[in-house]
Each structure stands twice: as C-alpha cells, then as structure tokens.
Write a protein that binds this ligand. Structure first.
Ligand code: FUB
Length: 457
C-alpha cells in the first residue's frame, strides 16, 4: 500500500495538500514502453533521474490551448506529472505533482510551466521549474525559476512562496558535484550558472554567463553531468533550422566549455524543439528527449522518448539515432507493438496511425508485398508459451510468419489472417520459443494485412 498517511505526518502538510496527495494516488496509472514512452498525454523536456534504483522522469506537460486557456499556437503548460519505472518498460504515471495556480508566485493562468528538473539532497527532493511571475519586481519581467520540495520523488511537492532570487530565464538544471557543492543552471539566450546554498533554494554566488558556446542560433535546455572527471554540458541548439542536441566539455562545472559534438541531429520532420537529459541506470546510459509523435502537424504538443547512449574510449559521446523501439525489454506475454520497430523492410512495409483522428490510439503495421517484414528487438519469451495471438485484419486474406531474426529456418508460427475487420486471431506455436529474441514478422505469399499487436500465451 502506498504510505500516504505516514508521509503526511512526516511533512506536517495541510489538509489541502492531503487532498492533492489522495488525488495523486487515485490518478496513478500505468503507461507503456517503447517510443514515445508517455502515451496518456503530451509530454516534453524530460529530465530523467535515478532515485532508489528506479528511473523517474520529470517532463513538461504540453496541453492544447483553448479559448481563455493559454496562447493559441504556442506552448501551453499548466502542471507537471512524474513518471517512474524500475525496468524501463513498465512506466507509472504518478499523477500531477505541481500546478500553476497552487504556486504562490506564479502568474495565474499563465500556462507557462516549462522544462523542469528534480534532484535529491539530504532527505529531500527539490523540484525546479520555470514560469512567469506575478511580481515582476523580484527578478524582472519574463521567466524565472521556483522550487517545490518533497520527501518522496513522486511528491507531494510543496512549492516555495517565491522564486529563486537572481534567476532570470527558463530550463533549470541542478548538478551536485562530488564535493557536495550544488549548482543551478538555466538559459536565457545563453547558458547561465551559479552555486546554490546548502538550502538548495537560494543562490550562493554571482550568476555566471557560461562560455564558450555557439553565439549564433538559439541555445537553451542546459543539462550537466559528470563522468570520469569530465563535466559534460548538453544543450539544444539551432545550428540550422531546428534544435539539435549538442554538448561541450570542461574541467570545471562553471566552464569554460569546449564544443565537443552533436548527440542527436535535428529532426527531419521539422519539430522545432528538442530537449535532453542523460542518465546511467544499471550500467547503461540513456538519452531522454522529445519528439512530436502524437502531433505531427503541431510541434508544441510533444512526446517523451528514450534511447540507449554510449561513449567512445576517449569520453566523447556516440551520436544517438532516434528509434521507435526505444528502451527496455518487452515480455512476450504483453502486447508487442510491432509498429515501434527496430528495423523494417525497404519496400512493402510501413506504419500509420490506427485512427488519424485519435492519434493516442497508436499505430499499426501495414505489410503489402510478398516478403515484406518488420523487426522488433528485445522480446523476452519465458515459460511454456504455446499460442500466439495477432490483432490484425486483411481484406485479401494473408499469412503472417513469425520467426527470430537471423534464423530463416525457424518459424514460431504461420498465422492465417482471414478477417477484413480487426480481430484477435490465434495459432498454436510450431516450435519451442524461449529466451531473449529479436522478433521478425513477415508476410508470406501474396495479399496484404494490417497488424495492431502480437502477444504470446
Ligand atoms: O517546453 C517549452 C520549451 O521548449 C522548453 O523550455 C525548451 O527547452 C523547449 O523544449
């Protein structure tokens, strides 16, 4: 059972916060794996953190502006949710943790709760977020940054009464060095940084404009981490038309930095923003970023993604090619969404939305040439699996062949898809299927079909 009441006593929180906590508990729900990771809402600007051997994602929460609610055709963000997973496949949405009109210093209904961060220190979790202030006398006009504090990574978070004095800008990021000194970074055209006091809510020193970053093209979204004594400052930058992910390195947390490379190229579909965090979890590094998967024609409604990342021996970062497959292992007994593929045949195979008017319903795979195939990696087949279920349809009638990648002779099953309507069709497996495999689904013979998902039983 979720220990809400114990936590409420420890925090001495108010009745209002208790109601929020209960709402939070009731709103917890499972979300899915693959890219995009978060499938129950739009999400962006993910900061991933490892707390207590779980990965937590603190993203922005894009919503669509409505009359009287946000600025049309622009970013519209009212609150934050937090998500977590202990296996990178099954993610829990812990519900809303901070909302604009519950933050004393935020201008009401400003819908500008942009990219956040969260960090642990001395028994508390500090959640940093930018927004526009009611009182422009404190840090001036435009965005500033505030903090909300919790005993747990999933909240409830109690916002501070005012913003961090001296911070003017967006996209806060916090780093705690090995000597215990904490630093706050943010952006406002350039990247800025300053030491934080031990209380984590006040600057301890002068603000420094960090050098030497590109001077042309927007720079925002700082995310700093340290690896093998090197400080890596990662950031989105518009080198050409839209943001790509770059990084620079330094021997010191406040620079000077030297440009070191591109982590992810700009997106080919024109999504204007990207925003990153890098995290190591159980000996593997991951890049969290965003794309507009559920909103291809409006790039202010984005979705969080993740892919694996690795380093060269000299410490440079290998460029990440975005995938739909994403991260984590999929259990064979879960729905395997082939459309989140690892590889696809160059002809005769494609993906599209199941319903182009309801994009959150997800995608389907379309196979329409003999031999067309799609490959989905990292499927764990455990136990005595006897049957495969395919949700598919075919107006012509067609046969789907399932096999492990690279093993042409072994087919798990050949499934005749006979229904022109979406239907779950079952077939006995012809061989023993076990272990971690890369699964290939191939059209055998003529005809064509559409596949929603596959599951083993
Ligand atoms: O999400 C709003 C803004 O878009 C973020 O603060 C930037 O980093 C960009 O992703």
């Amino acid at each position: 059972m979720y220990p809400l009441y114990r936590r409420q006593k420890q925090c001495r929180i108010t009745a209002g916060t208790l109601i929020l906590a209960i709402a939070l508990f009731l709103s917890q729900q499972a979300v899915f794996a693959q890219n995009p990771i978060i499938r129950d809402q739009f999400s962006a600007d993910p900061t991933a953190r490892v707390f207590n051997d779980r990965v937590y994602i603190y993203p922005s929460h894009d919503i669509l502006a409505k009359p009287g609610q946000g600025r049309p055709n622009w970013f519209c963000m009212e609150d934050y949710h937090v998500f977590s997973s202990d296996n990178l496949t099954d993610w829990t949405d812990h519900g809303m943790i901070v909302t604009q009109n519950a933050v004393p210093w935020v201008k009401p209904d400003s819908y500008s709760m942009w990219a956040p961060d969260c960090i642990y220190r001395n028994g508390k979790y500090y959640f940093y977020f930018p927004s526009t202030p009611k009182d422009t006398m404190i840090n001036g006009r435009g965005f500033t940054v505030g903090v909300a504090v919790s005993d747990k990574p999933e909240g409830p978070f109690i916002p501070q009464a005012g913003p961090v004095i001296g911070v003017k800008g967006i996209d806060p990021n916090v780093f705690i060095d090995d000597d215990g000194q904490a630093y706050l970074y943010w952006s406002q055209g350039s990247i800025f940084g300053a030491k934080l006091k031990d209380n984590m809510v006040e600057l301890d020193a002068e603000v420094k404009k960090l050098s030497d970053f590109p001077t042309k093209g927007l720079i925002e979204g700082p995310f700093l981490f340290k690896r093998n004594g090197i400080y890596y400052m990662t950031y989105p930058h518009v080198e050409n038309k839209t943001e790509r992910l770059e990084y620079a390195t330094s021997e010191s947390p406040l620079g000077p930095f030297r440009f070191a490379g591109v982590i992810m190229d700009e997106s080919p579909n024109g999504c204007w923003t990207n925003h990153q965090s890098l995290v190591q979890f159980r000996n593997q590094w991951y890049l969290f970023y965003h794309h507009n998967d559920y909103s291809p024609s409006f790039d202010k409604a984005r979705s969080v993604r993740a892919d694996s990342l690795s380093f060269n021996d000299d410490g440079t970062i290998r460029k990440v090619i975005p995938t739909l497959r994403g991260i984590g292992v999929t259990k064979a007994t879960d729905k395997i969404q082939l459309d989140r593929y690892s590889a696809i045949s160059p002809v005769g195979a494609s993906i599209s939305y199941l319903d182009s008017t309801q994009k959150f319903n997800g995608w389907k795979t379309v196979l329409d040439r003999p031999g067309a195939w799609i490959q989905y990696n990292s499927v764990q087949l455990d136990g005595k699996l006897k049957t495969v279920v395919v949700r598919a349809r075919s107006s012509t009638g067609a046969v789907l062949r399932l096999k492990p990648a690279g093993k042409t002779e072994v087919a798990f099953a050949e499934i005749k898809i006979t229904s022109g309507e979406w239907k779950e069709q079952r077939t006995k497996l012809s061989g023993t299927a076990a272990g971690l495999i890369n699964l290939v689904a191939e059209l055998s013979g003529n005809g064509g079909m559409e596949i929603d998902w596959i599951r083993f039983e």
